[in-house]
Ligand binder design. Sequence first.
Ligand SMILES: [Zn+2]
Length: 141
Amino acid sequence: MAFYGPIRLVGFSDIPTLYRMILPERGDVYVMCGADILINGLKTDLRAEARCPICGTVTRFHVDNRRIEDLAPKDPALHVVELEQAPGRMSIKCDSTHIFDKKDCLTKWLSNYTGKPGLVISLPEYMDSLNKRPPRKVSPA
Ligand SMILES: [Zn+2]
């Protein structure tokens, strides 16, 4: 897990990825996958931009007080694969976890996807589910 400044960020990447967070005091930080943005949002308010892996459209949103705000476009889809490492300890399979600006892109991506089936969920719903778990037990794989 990367340690970057006073807050321990999950999924920090040195190189640009599809997933960018804009943190109030540190500026731009890239993370490995879409779910990492929401996991970091459990600890700090942030702005985020997630680029669709199919069409390149950017989905923008804020996380404020552990809630998703100002989503644009309105209804992106998250495909997330969680792996249970041990009872109560979950990790995210990053190369299977993306934010799609629209359902069509998700459908297109799924038609070529041969990995472990994941959960398809809206960003606010996934944030709610993270809010119900202890954040320390979530880590990227
Ligand atoms: Zn797209």
